[in-house]
Design a protein around this ligand. Structure first.
Ligand code: ZN
Length: 242
């Protein structure tokens, strides 16, 4: 801390040495603390101010007004012009440094706060590992669904082949038999075969309708005949009862 003569602008460093000079050089080094404490206490200086003066430097700035007042009351004369009006001058460099330090501290605190907020937000959502797990889980499910669909398709292909074979057998059995309306039944069976062989998605309703007509014809045959037994089997293949 410095004081400035208001008359000539002379600057004086307010150090411990300055107080020694002001109070008197007769003071012994060992007794200085008690002595200054006594002097200052007598002039109304609070103990924290005395401690600030003793430690020197920036700590004094907090009490600069009181200290300057006291210096003026001691009638310390300016070494240059003899004036006794003093004012505290803030050391600009010191002030700037303090401002900078507090700005840095503030920024660091903000940074810590933001980092904490970010990490809190992150942990409240899925972690990167969770997302990875979910993606592979979903891919696995997609693959399983694809596998099942392929299985279903191949089962349908097998069933279709079986159904066509069954229809061919029925056609053969009807042709080798004298059966009323046999030609009609053959026509319907050919329709069903064509539908199965030529259509990507055979019309189930039409197939059922034609097979019902076939059933009417075949039912006129003996109940235990090979034709009736085969017809029952073929109908089951289509999910129908004979
Ligand atoms: Zn002066």
């Amino acid at each position: 801390m410095k004081i400035k003569c208001q008359d000539c602008g002379h600057l004086e460093e307010v150090s411990l040495d300055f107080f020694v000079k002001l109070i008197g050089t007769a003071v012994s080094a060992g007794g200085f603390w008690a002595w200054t404490a006594f002097i200052f206490a007598g002039t109304g200086f609070a103990l924290p101010i005395v401690v600030a003066i003793m430690s020197g430097g920036v700590a004094m700035l907090a009490f600069k007004d009181e200290i300057v007042e006291w210096i003026i009351s001691k009638e310390y004369p300016c070494p240059t012009c003899g004036g006794m009006k003093w004012e505290a001058t803030s050391d600009e460099g010191e002030e700037k440094q303090r401002k900078k330090d507090s700005e840095i501290t503030e920024l660091q605190e903000k940074n810590i706060k933001y980092e904490k907020e970010i990490s809190d937000q992150k942990s409240s959502f899925f972690s990167d590992n969770d997302v990875g797990d979910l993606i592979s889980e979903s891919e696995e499910k997609d693959k399983k669904i694809q596998d099942l669909e392929n299985q279903k398709k191949s089962l349908l292909r097998v069933q279709k082949k079986k159904n066509i074979e069954g229809l061919n057998e029925l056609i053969f059995l009807i042709k080798t038999k004298e059966i009323t309306s046999g030609d009609k039944a053959l026509r319907y069976l050919e329709n069903v075969k064509d539908e199965l062989e030529e259509e990507e998605e055979p019309a189930v309703d039409s197939i059922e309708k034609w097979l019902r007509k076939v059933a009417e014809v075949i039912r006129t045959d003996d109940k235990g005949s090979a034709l009736v037994v085969k017809a029952k089997e073929v109908f089951e293949g289509f999910g129908l009862s004979f």
